[in-house]
Design a protein around this ligand. Structure first.
Ligand SMILES: Nc1ncnc2c1ncn2[C@@H]1O[C@H](COP(=O)(O)OP(=O)(O)O)[C@@H](O)[C@H]1O
Ligand SMILES: O=C(O)C1=C[C@@H](OP(=O)(O)O)[C@@H](O)[C@H](O)C1
Ligand SMILES: [Mg+2]
Length: 188
């Protein structure tokens, strides 16, 4: 049902590190018969370096430039679910690309993010200092940007990936039905 309503419009998943963008995005793409792209994966493939290595060797600003380039490269696609990195929403320039599709914020409480990420070594911004403080500070800086999303799904404790994915589709159906102009990719 939502597949027809979307008319090929891309879905961009935004939210904090650990919120499940990559995991849920893959599932969502299967449900919609869409392609799946993770901007971090594209960066790793294109540079031949891990995200940790890029941050260590070139710094965050260089990573953000590559991230914007990658977003610009994938935005012209249709029928694609794009899992973004948690910091994608920061740059205003990125919103011109994000707004070519429908943006979904997966809103997960900091306590749950801590439980998921306490042993994670793949996210350079979380490797030093207190994890709760880092996540809380980042969320404070980003929350208003995440809230610019077209749809928000709040994670319910213990909710499985397939349940969140189908709730995202239900929410999008409501958003599109209430404002049909939101899904227009293939109309022009
Ligand atoms: N609904 C969920 N319940 C429990 N764990 C989850 C859920 N969604 C994702 N995870 C786990 O949380 C971690 C981060 O997920 P990931 O998809 O990489 O998030 P993101 O791409 O937003 O950083 C992974 O270990 C993943 O298995
Ligand atoms: O929030 C961030 O600034 C980042 C999130 C990461 O992606 P995930 O959100 O998929 O973990 C990755 O892009 C990089 O480590 C920076
Ligand atoms: Mg991810």
């Amino acid at each position: 049902m939502t597949t027809e309503l979307l008319k090929g419009t891309n879905l961009y998943l935004v939210g904090m590190m650990g919120s499940g963008k990559t995991t849920i995005g893959k599932h969502l793409a299967k449900l919609l018969n869409y392609r799946f792209i993770d901007t971090d994966d594209v960066i790793v493939q294109a540079t031949g370096q891990s995200i940790n290595d890029i941050f260590a060797a070139q710094g965050e600003a260089a990573f953000r430039d590559i991230e914007t380039q990658v977003l610009g490269q994938v935005a012209p696609y249709t029928h694609t679910v794009i899992a973004t990195g948690g910091g994608m929403v920061i740059k205003q320039q990125n919103w011109s690309y994000l707004q070519s599709g429908l943006v979904v914020w997966i809103n997960v409480a900091v306590d749950e993010l801590i439980a998921r990420l306490s042993r994670d070594k793949s996210r350079p911004l979380l490797q030093e200092g207190d994890l709760r403080h880092k996540l809380t500070t980042l969320l404070e800086q980003r929350q208003a940007r995440y809230a610019q999303a077209d749809a928000t799904v709040v994670y319910q404790h213990g909710e499985k990936v397939d349940a969140i994915a189908s709730r995202i589709l239900d929410t999008l159906q409501t958003v599109i039905t209430e404002n049909p102009a939101t899904s227009t990719t293939l109309d022009h």
